[in-house]
Design a protein around this ligand. Structure first.
Ligand SMILES: C[S@@+](CC[C@H](N)C(=O)[O-])C[C@H]1O[C@@H](n2cnc3c(N)ncnc32)[C@H](O)[C@@H]1O
Length: 338
């Protein structure tokens, strides 16, 4: 057995108790192999429903090795999963579509359905964006939202494909608003809503974060060095009972820069102001180089400074399919009760 096959074998064995829990939860989307922590940095294997998605980030996989990994997973899970291999190493950070190593069959590249916490999600192995349509490490946080949304108004910021919003709707939220500036991501969010027709309808706001959150928070919209701003949708000032803030590590727009390393506060401050008294703000930071302790202190200080002190807080970690040997998972989630 190659060292990679041994590492995968150990990873699958370790997950055996988790696989049982996931099945009971109604979840068939999860990480099978988290290479950075399990013996092969830069390699991940994820199950998305009927699909096995293998991704390499540092070096191209050898075809024979790839096919052996596929076989090993199929035998372990007793499932005939469809393989897609996305090489994102070298110059292929956005996915190499020439497929020199392995050409997935059409059935594997079709739109599929994956399940998490009993809800259906659109799964698409290849699309214009960089990542699969559902971030698997956020599963526990989505589960928390589902458990804690009853009767609440919920604002899902940087909503992407609206998984958090869907969980809020499933948890009995009174109202769910998903906000993102990318039309394509919200379109998948709408599709996710349609895939779960039993749920109440969600709302969608296509807007840049900065003007939208500042209007909700009752803050002025600032221009950069007097530059004229592009138009943006108008929204009335208001607060939500549960606000979920999960921004990307870095993104620039005409309205400002999302920069988790240098300036989390400019994202956090208006989100705190848009959270109702006695409400909850769930915030995330996926930068590996920032420690939970350091970031939590920053967050709590910012809340006190703007007069929205946190009554109590709780930390959430990703589930066991995202192991972290040093106890410092890249994705950090804080639940803040105001
Ligand atoms: C990492 S994803 C967020 C993950 C998401 N919270 C989830 O539940 O899976 C980043 C999202 O932020 C959106 N985004 C980035 N910059 C933005 C901005 N300035 N305003 C609004 N959306 C933005 C992107 O379109 C993308 O959907």
């Amino acid at each position: 057995m190659s060292s990679l096959a041994q590492a995968l074998h150990a990873a699958l064995d370790r997950r055996a108790p988790l696989f049982d829990q996931l099945q009971q939860q109604g979840t068939d989307c999860y990480r099978l192999f988290h290479g950075s922590q399990e013996g092969a940095p830069g390699l991940t294997l994820d199950r998305y429903g009927e699909q096995l998605m293998v991704q390499s980030f540092h070096a191209v996989l050898d075809q024979a090795e790839l096919l052996r990994l596929w076989e090993q997973v199929k035998i372990f899970l007793g499932l005939d999963l469809r393989l897609v291999y996305n090489d994102r190493s070298g110059g292929n950070s956005r996915i190499d579509r020439s497929d020199p190593v392995y050409q997935a069959d059409a059935a594997a590249l079709e739109d599929l359905i994956g399940r998490e916490w009993g809800l259906a999600y659109r799964v698409r192995a290849r699309h214009a964006g960089q990542d699969p349509l559902l971030f698997l490490d956020l599963r526990n946080a989505r589960g928390w939202v589902r458990q804690n949304s009853t009767g609440r108004s919920v604002l899902n910021l940087f909503a992407y494909t609206c998984g958090v919003g869907l969980c809020a709707a499933a948890g009995g939220a009174g109202e769910v608003l998903n906000l993102d500036f990318a039309e394509g991501n919200l379109a998948v969010g709408k599709e996710n809503g349609e895939l779960n027709p039993q749920l109440p309808k969600m709302q969608f706001l296509q807007s840049d974060y900065f003007p939208a959150i500042r209007q909700l928070a009752g803050l002025p919209i600032t221009t950069r060095r007097g530059q004229k701003l592009p138009s943006y949708p108008r929204v009335a000032q208001r607060q939500f009972d549960l606000v979920f803030l999960d921004p990307p590590a870095w993104a620039r727009s005409a309205f400002g820069t999302v920069d988790l390393a240098r300036d989390y506060q400019s994202l956090l401050k208006p989100a705190l102001l848009a959270t109702a008294d006695d409400g909850v703000l769930v915030c995330c930071n996926n930068l590996a180089k920032v420690s939970m302790d350091e970031w939590r202190d920053q967050v709590l200080r910012c809340a006190s400074k703007i007069g929205r002190p946190v009554r109590d807080w709780e930390q959430l970690s990703p589930a066991a399919d995202f192991p972290s040997n040093d106890g410092r998972p890249p994705l950090k989630t804080l639940i803040l009760r105001l």
